[in-house]
Design a protein around this ligand. Sequence first.
Ligand code: UDP
Length: 404
Amino acid sequence: MKNRIKHFEDYRGVVDDAVLEEIREKAKAIQGATVAHVNATSYGGGVAEILDSFVLLMNDLGIRTDWRVLHGIPDFFEVTKKFHNALQGQELSFSEEELDLYKFINEKFARFAFLDHDYVIIHDPQPCALIRHIAHTSPWVWRCHIDITNPNPQAWAFMEPYIVEYDRMIVSSEIYKVPDLAIEQDIISPSIDPLSPKNMDLPDQVIEDYLTQYQIPTDKPIITQVSRFDPWKDPEGVLKVYERVKEQIDCRLIFVYNMASDDPEGVKILAKMTEVAKDYLDRGDVLFVRGDDPILVNVMQRISDVVIQKSTREGFGLVITEAMWKGTPVVASNVGGIPTQMVDGVTGYLLEPHDYDGFAEKIRALLEDKSLAQELGRQAKEHVRGHFLITGHLLDYIDLILSL
Ligand code: UDP
């Protein structure tokens, strides 16, 4: 069931027939058109997660959709992670050498990428400069997945001239629209694929087998954060919240993490967290679980009593949608794209990112009151069904292409 190419028709019965018909009807207008998506990694992080299902379904609808991955080197990804951090507001400065490397890798990739598709969609800052180096007459779109409400001025001043060469910029939420930008901006919400191994329903036996295989103890309530080890996901803050919860309820904290090939920070932060959480790790109260297998991530999002997402900045946070889809209550920071997908007190709880006591209080309430947890989880799942499934996302992209 894990290794199977998915088809559009598989979604019948999962989403309304009317939605599927609307997608098929609209897709007819662009059948045979060529579309390219370009990002910086085929694995790790939300963008790769989305494209992995999305590109297959676009092709299944007859839209000839290509997925290219920018060829970077470790030093380049150091620079682009700095751009990611700076555009999310961190105080950083860039040397001429770093900016040169950014431009060089983009120019080099442009020489052999042959992006002569009818529509080109470039994701995030890493390949943003490609537009300067590829002659084109077709529309190019820059899809920004990060939180750019308060970018570092140097980083923005460097990126903006590239961005305004695009025909359109797409962001995940109204709050990311850049005032007075010279190009049109649209909103498209990210989505999850309900049939992917990460999100599909799982038989109890599979869940049990995974828990055994990965030695996940279930003798205490489990609080989980699923994330890359990234400063914006605030793993140290998660630990602080856990300490507060544990003062009153004996429970376990699990970090499910993976590494993205375009994110060099993960290894460093994992090493730091191993130090910071040493006593808890030694006692088995905190676990670090490598989440490379999507079914394991699925299992962990399902069996956790509470999922926490304590980001201090978050473009959208697919992990939240994923947990909500599984009916697991989520307690998350009220930042970036997170409030666009959660209704506080109805589909989960939203807190200010540094309100450790508030986080702990909500988590305790959910651990103590199972029916409250179930009710929030039930409403969360329906909210995702209505707003954040891949089928709606397909429709948004088809509408985008039709509007270009
Ligand atoms: N993810 C995973 N294994 C892990 C940690 C994360 O498969 O151990 C996936 C997660 O399920 C989600 C994506 O990586 O689909 C992260 O997307 P999100 O938008 O939450 O954050 P980003 O990494 O893009 O900042």
